[in-house]
Design a protein around this ligand. Structure first.
Ligand code: UDP
Ligand code: MG
Length: 332
């Protein structure tokens, strides 16, 4: 039976830690009872350099439930995406399948069972997707939706309304660990792995306790990181703009010449206005061209895996011959 690891990144989560541990242990117990996961499945808390009592509470939980609760303590605060990665990679060698979930219990733990079922049906990644965003503030809801739309326009594949509540099979985490990039945006990476995926839907609740660890500044940073780590389209936009302005300078040329010959111009205006448009366009074009190369360098530098082989059907040399000789033997 498969051993499940639930990975929970925690930053200053002393108010919810016990609640989270309790809720998740209950889920584990139920799944073990239903024979869906092995009894040595566990919860892995990742302390992301918390400044409060979070680590002490994790130690206490581990002491009280050593078979079910483990923890790792990062040396400093590295942010949600890295903390989660640290947890997933640590869990990889100790389990067969992982689920990542936030500590604040906003994601519905009761769909974990459905995730595990979908995993048993042969999915390597199961995304938890929010059905509605009723509990989010109007601001958070609209900015988040604008963000997903923006990502789509920039050509980055993401799952709409999916945050980092997700099941990943052991081999998906293994493949993910080959992505060495530091500008990490997990939600954008998962579709690149190429495995069979599915979604489960749930209503996102209010935070169980404490307040959001994602202030606007961090949210904007995540959004910008998401786009700039996956798309070089903004560079192509500069190039396109350069071409457009050169085209406009042609129109300006016609307009300036007409004005010149109809005699309604101040001396010097014609050459000046033409130079401004043409030079502006040429400069943007040049920046865009240089940018194209920088974009290529950027993509190369990431050294992402170029493919992911899912299955190999190996030729067994000699297998056919064995069968033939067996038949001969039988005839004799
Ligand atoms: N988190 C973290 N490191 C950070 C910030 C947040 O590990 O620097 C964790 C946090 O403890 C929580 C998860 O990331 O488990 C999501 O954060 P939060 O719930 O505050 O974000 P929101 O749901 O408000 O977007
Ligand atoms: Mg939250």
């Amino acid at each position: 039976m498969d051993k499940l690891a639930i990975v929970v990144p925690c930053y200053n989560e002393e108010e919810v830690l016990k609640l989270a541990s309790e809720a998740l242990r209950e889920v584990l117990d139920q799944l073990v009872q239903k024979n869906k996961i092995s009894p040595d499945s566990f919860i892995l808390f990742v302390n992301d350099g918390s400044k409060d009592n979070t680590w002490k509470l994790i130690e206490e939980e581990h002491g009280a439930h050593p078979g079910q609760v483990c923890g790792i303590k990062l040396a400093g605060n590295v942010g949600h995406q890295f903390a989660l990665t640290a947890g997933l990679i640590t869990a990889k060698d100790r389990s067969d399948v992982t689920i990542s979930i936030d500590a604040d219990l906003q994601d519905d733990v009761s769909v974990i069972e459905e995730m595990v079922d979908k995993y048993h049906e042969g999915n390597d990644i199961v995304y938890g997707v929010r059905r509605e965003r009723k509990t989010d503030t109007f601001f958070k809801r609209t900015t988040a939706q604008a963000f997903y739309r923006m990502m789509g326009i920039m050509g980055v594949k993401t799952v709409y309304n999916h945050a980092d509540f997700r099941l990943m099979s052991g081999r998906a985490v293994e493949e993910f660990s080959k992505y060495k990039e530091t500008n990490l945006f997990l939600r954008g990476l998962m579709p690149l792995l190429g495995y069979r995926t599915d979604c489960v839907y749930y209503d996102r609740r209010e935070r169980a306790a404490g307040e959001s660890k994602y202030p606007l500044k961090k949210m904007l940073a995540l959004a910008f990181n998401g786009i700039s780590s996956f798309s070089v389209k903004p560079i192509s936009l500069i190039l396109g703009m350069g071409l457009f302005i050169i085209f406009v300078s042609l129109l300006a040329l016609v307009y300036a010449l007409i004005s010149y010959f109809t005699g309604h111009v101040v001396p010097g205006w014609t050459s000046l206005i033409l130079s401004i448009w043409l030079l502006g366009g040429l400069q943007l074009l040049a920046i865009g061209m240089v940018g194209q190369y920088i974009g290529k360098v950027y993509i190369e530098v990431k050294q992402r895996p170029r493919y992911n082989i899912e299955t190999v059907l190996e030729c067994e040399h000699g297998a056919g011959e064995v069968k033939l000789s067996e038949m001969e033997n039988r005839e004799e």
